[in-house]
Design a protein around this ligand. Structure first.
Ligand code: ADP
Length: 297
């Protein structure tokens, strides 16, 4: 297994500091989701963890050693990264793109692919449901299929750790669930450590074992979703007035935003999250009056 940790990490673009003194420990073999408002630094943190940015201070430790002291090849064989802005045009077929995920594992500059590579590519195509379009050009696919092709490339690397920035971008609701189910399958089956940036908090609540919440470049909370996602937290970090109820399907927190155009007839859980008897549907009750709304902190 591979451990990943940031200690007092500060990251900047030029003179512009985006992250300051961030410490996060990514739980091994679990799914960590980074959440936060737009421009809070989620992508920047993921880039830092993926060795794409050099810290101005602090350190990212990969297996206990400064990630910048490790070779690119080593990092690429243990950690895969799916950036948010994958190139639009590739000129490659789906199979060729997925093969690229094997590059770090090949020997030498012009290393040829072997049976292990073919098998990994076949498995990645099968897992992502892209077998039937394997020979089609990536550029001809729909936005959702293209996203899955890039995910397949990341899976083909068979790395211990996967960092995925908005893996559900450009997907419809069914596609979002499909991709997150797929990543969960991989996590459960292979013990792959996942770090995802997701902007949908309800999906984050469902799929995360561990949440890392950022606000203005600082970690404001870390922990299991049921502890992190409170109404006060949503108000403070997202400036969002919302109620949290129990997701009747996943039994995780379900965020119900209020907005300005709806009256406050709210529902709340009768039991603490996750402590419902298995057989009963999620019980709800009406509560009176809106809570104090602090607004964005
Ligand atoms: P998030 O993923 O939470 O939306 P980002 O990490 O993408 O936030 O961005 C955090 C801040 O860093 C933003 O203010 C953004 O404008 C700035 N930023 C992001 N990427 C760059 C870049 N390549 N150059 C300069 N500033 C950047």
């Amino acid at each position: 297994m591979t451990t990943l940790r940031a200690v007092d990490l500060s990251l900047a673009y030029g003179a512009e500091h985006v992250l300051r003194d961030v410490s996060v420990e990514i739980p091994e073999g679990r799914v960590t989701v980074i959440v936060g408002a737009n421009a809070s630094g989620k992508t920047t943190l993921l880039r830092g963890l993926g060795r794409m940015l050099r810290p101005t201070s602090g350190v990212v430790l990969l297996d206990g050693k400064d990630i910048h002291s490790r070779s690119s090849k080593y990092v690429a064989t243990v950690m895969g990264l799916l950036p948010q802005d994958a190139p639009e045009q590739t000129g490659l077929t789906v199979a060729e793109l997925v093969h690229r995920g094997r590059t770090p594992r090949r020997q030498g500059l012009f290393g040829r692919s072997g049976p292990g590579d073919e098998e990994a590519v076949r498995r990645a195509l099968e897992l992502t449901g892209l077998g039937p379009v394997a020979e089609r050009p990536v550029d001809d696919l729909s936005g959702g299929q293209r996203r899955r092709a890039w995910i397949a490339m990341a899976l083909a690397g068979e790395t211990d750790v996967l960092l995925l920035d908005e893996p559900t971008a450009f997907l419809d609701v069914a596609g979002e669930l499909e991709v997150l189910d797929l990543l969960t399958d991989l996590n459960r089956r292979s013990g792959t450590t996942m770090v995802l940036v997701l902007h949908d908090l309800n999906l984050a609540a469902r799929y995360a074992d561990h949440l890392v919440a950022l606000k203005e470049g600082q970690v404001v909370r870390q922990g299991v979703p049921a502890e992190v996602l409170t109404e006060e937290f949503l108000s403070d970090v997202f400036g969002l007035r919302a109620r949290i109820v129990l997701d009747p399907v996943a039994r995780t927190p379900l965020i119900v935003p209020i907005g300005r155009h709806h009256s406050y007839t709210a529902i709340a859980c009768r039991h603490p999250l996750g402590q419902e008897p298995e057989s009963k549907p999620a019980p709800v009750r009406l509560v009176d009056g809106p809570p104090e709304f602090a607004g964005p902190g």
